[in-house]
Design a protein around this ligand. Sequence first.
Ligand code: ADP
Ligand code: MG
Length: 321
Amino acid sequence: MLLTEFELIENYFSSHKNARSDVIVGIGDDAAIVRVPPEKELVVSTDTLIAGVHFPTETSPEDIGYKALAVNLSDFAAMGAEPAWLTLALTIPTADGEWLKRFSQGLFELIDKYSMQLIGGDTTRGPLSITIQLMGLVSPGRALHREGAMPGDIIYVTGTLGDAGLALLEKQHPMNLNATQRSELHTRLNRPTPRIEFGNQLQGIASSAIDLSDGLSGDLQHILNRSHVGATVYVEKLPRSKSVLEAVSTNENIGLALSAGDDYELCFTAPEKANAEILAISKNCLVSCVAIGIIEREPGLRWINADGKPYILPSQSYQHF
Ligand code: ADP
Ligand code: MG
């Protein structure tokens, strides 16, 4: 069933148009208008997902819709911001009703979970690509930033690293995983959980934060660059799931945790005295969180092995260019 552009927007993207009372003009006009509370700051971010680059081409339409928003929400988590509105720029090869229905189901599942509203977008024909612009709110001066890490601060990571990377690897080289493990890993790849609540609670506690999209080794470097500091990280402390630990050798699972990317966990720093508060947040949010290293005055990123000797990175984190 092929649709006109109007039908397509009307059928699949206009359904929850009264979700938020702060939307003055939503889908259907030349631009959207929202009411920004005077006591808040507006937070804006954009991310594009391209078929074959950011997700395997065989990914289900529901998962593509879900992931496209999840990766944007992960940026908001790293800022400690509260998501509110989004626009969707969708490029699709054909106006396939069945595909659009499933895509929008996955997308709206997450939109509804965070009480957000889709307020506009653009629809074009071409190779599949999804761009979401996310808008939301934060109290003045309370957002988390990549800069702000201080010598002596502890470096923390939420959740586990390398699961999405293993899911991708497992597609190419079938491994000794049971059905439950395989399904959990693929959920981590296709439906990452943005750490919105965790990031929000880190306001006033974390000295810096970033979300892990391209792999810890590259992403932590962004915090160091912006904060003008260095760090030592203990690789045996990197949180890894049982599946990752069991499926591949120690060297490979450290490699996955450091460089595979697509984890969408948070990496943040905080002074040592905040440790008890951080453990309480972790408990509140039901998301694990571990210390992996320390911020130092000396520039550079030093990786230390279980034996206390330097660990040499096998590869760099994902770079688009
Ligand atoms: P224009 O040609 O004036 O830019 P469009 O025909 O592209 O308008 O869009 C009409 C309305 O539908 C606008 O309000 C726009 O924001 C909305 N819209 C278009 N594509 C999408 C989409 N993929 N998701 C949500 N809203 C969309
Ligand atoms: Mg217009």
